[in-house]
Design a protein around this ligand. Sequence first.
Ligand code: SF4
Length: 89
Amino acid sequence: MEIDKGRIVKYEHHGQDVYVWENLKGAHRDVCLCYSCDVWKPEGEDKCPIAQANYDNCVKFGTVQPVLECPAFRLSEALKGLVEVVESE
Ligand code: SF4
């Protein structure tokens, strides 16, 4: 993914005006490991404490912080056979 550093735009997110590189607006869904992780359960008692703390921080400060690296990541069942997880390089 390339970042076009030509334009930063402002829009409303979680009730606050925020700034973002224009071509990265909404891109967190494409890069955040949580969306591909078996540990991620956004609701309920067994939701991921790391993802929840990160989300709480985002809401508190109006930021968007995709999880790009995580020691607790586990590939979701739905992606098994479609995504290769390399344990060491
Ligand atoms: S374990 Fe890591 S990648 Fe998985 S949901 Fe939690 S924070 Fe996201």
